[in-house]
Design a protein around this ligand. Structure first.
Ligand code: GDP
Length: 300
C-alpha cells in the first residue's frame, strides 16, 4: 500500500532537524514527494507543476515551530492550498446553480459519451424538483443515438419530471429551440438539455454544441467529467472549455476507487467551480461538491 502524504514527508524530512522555517532548500525533497503523490493520483503534469509552484510560494517562511514536524507543517500547507484550489476559497455560493434569469433557467450539459451526462440530468431533475421545488423539463439533442433519447426519457420519468420528445430527423439546435418554446408555454422553471457525446474530442461535436449554446443562451453550461478519466481529463476539459463558456463542472463516478486527480486537472484548465459530485449510478447519487474532502482524497 502507498504511504499517505504525511508518512512520505516524514521520510523525506530527515535532513532538516532543528530548522525552524520551511526554506527552498529544506523543502525541495518534500516537494518531490508531493509531486509524486499527485502524479500517482493521476493529476496531469501541467496542473501538478502549477500546484507545486503555489505550495512553494506559500510554504516559504512558514513557521515549523508548533507543528510536530516540518513534514507536518508542509502537509498543512499542501492540504490548505489544495482545498483552496478545489474551490474552498470560492465560498459556498460557487457550487449553487444560478437561476437568476427569466424562466426557464436553461442548463446545458456537455461532456464525452459515457461521462455520465444523461444520468446526471436525471439526478439534477430529481434534486431540483425535490429540494428546490422546480418544475423541470428535459430534452435530448442526441440525434445520433436513439437509445440515448430513450434513456433520458426513462430517467426523467423515474424522477417525475417532464420529458420533451425529440425526433432524430430534426437538427439538434431546432430540438433545443422547440423544447425551450414548450417550456415557456408550460411554465417550466428549468429546462435541462442533454447533448450528444462522442468517445473522443471531435470538431463537429464541438461546433454542434456551440451552436446549441448560441441558440438558447443557457444560464448554466455544465461540463460533466468522469473522475476515473485520469491524465486525459486535462485535454477533454481544454477542448470543452475552449468551445463553450462553461459555468461549472460535475465530477461523476466518485464512488469508484480513483483518487480523483481529474478534479485538480479540470480546475487548473477551466477555473470553473465543481458544483456537484456523482457518487452512485442511482438517481439520488448526487452531492454538492466538497472541496476539503476532495483534497484529502487526492492526497491519499
Ligand atoms: P453519457 O453518455 O454521458 O450520457 O453517460 P451516462 O449517463 O449514460 O452514464 C454512463 C455510465 O456511467 C452509466 O452506466 C451510468 O450508470 C454510469 N454513471 C453515471 N454517473 C455515475 C456515478 O456517479 N457513479 C457511478 N458508479 N456510475 C455512474
Amino acid at each position: 500500500m502507498l504511504d499517505n502524504l504525511t508518512q512520505r514527508l516524514a521520510k523525506a524530512v530527515k535532513t532538516m532537524r532543528g530548522e525552524a522555517r520551511l526554506t527552498e532548500s529544506n523543502t525541495a525533497e518534500m516537494l518531490r514527494e508531493v509531486r509524486l503523490a499527485l502524479l500517482e493520483a493521476d493529476v496531469a503534469l501541467p496542473a501538478v507543476r502549477e500546484f507545486i509552484g503555489r505550495v512553494k510560494e506559500k510554504a516559504m517562511g512558514e513557521d515549523v515551530i508548533g507543528a510536530l514536524s516540518p513534514g507536518q507543517a508542509l502537509v498543512g500547507v499542501v492540504q490548505r492550498e489544495l482545498a483552496a484550489i478545489m474551490g474552498a476559497d470560492l465560498g459556498p455560493e460557487a457550487s449553487q446553480l444560478n437561476f437568476a434569469t427569466q424562466p426557464p433557467a436553461i442548463i446545458l450539459m456537455a461532456g464525452l459519451q459515457g461521462a455520465g451526462k444523461t444520468t446526471t440530468v436525471g439526478k439534477l431533475a430529481k434534486y431540483l424538483r425535490e429540494q428546490k421545488k422546480k418544475k423541470v423539463l428535459t430534452v435530448s439533442a442526441d440525434v445520433y443515438r436513439p437509445a440515448a433519447i430513450g434513456q433520458l426519457k426513462t430517467v426523467t420519468e423515474q424522477v417525475g419530471a417532464d420529458f420533451f420528445p425529440s425526433e432524430i430527423t430534426d437538427k439538434p439546435v431546432d430540438i433545443a429551440l422547440a423544447a425551450l418554446d414548450y417550456a415557456k408555454r408550460h411554465y417550466h422553471d428549468v429546462l435541462i438539455i442533454d447533448t450528444a457525446g462522442r468517445l473522443g474530442i471531435d470538431e463537429a461535436m464541438m461546433q454542434e454544441i456551440s451552436a446549441i449554446h448560441a441558440a438558447v443562451k443557457p444560464i448554466e453550461t455544465l461540463f460533466v467529467v468522469d473522475a476515473m478519466l485520469g491524465q486525459d481529463a486535462i485535454n477533454t476539459a481544454k477542448a470543452f472549455s475552449d468551445a463553450l463558456p462553461l459555468t461549472g463542472i460535475v465530477l461523476t463516478k466518485l464512488d469508484g476507487d480513483s483518487r480523483g486527480g481529474a478534479a485538480l486537472s479540470v480546475r487548473h484548465i477551466t477555473g470553473k467551480p465543481i458544483k456537484f459530485a456523482g457518487v452512485a449510478e442511482k438517481l439520488d447519487g448526487l452531492e454538492a461538491f466538497d472541496p476539503v474532502r476532495m483534497a484529502d482524497r487526492i492526497l491519499g
